[in-house]
Design a protein around this ligand. Structure first.
Ligand SMILES: [Zn+2]
Length: 54
């Protein structure tokens, strides 16, 4: 059964994603956000600082 093997490989891509409101690019879950992913809004520190500019 090759299908089973495919499923295993696909699992790697199953990370949650969000769109960064600053650069409008999707970014995926990272280990460093494991505890606060709910409140993560920006893809990077750079983008989180950028919004302060307004
Ligand atoms: Zn960004």
């Amino acid at each position: 059964m090759q299908i089973h093997h495919l499923k295993m490989t696909h699992h790697k891509l199953n990370l949650p994603q969000k769109i960064c409101p600053v650069c409008q690019r999707p970014f995926a879950w990272r280990k460093k956000w494991a505890k606060n992913w709910e409140s993560v809004k920006y893809c990077s520190v750079r983008c989180s600082l950028h919004k302060a500019k307004t």
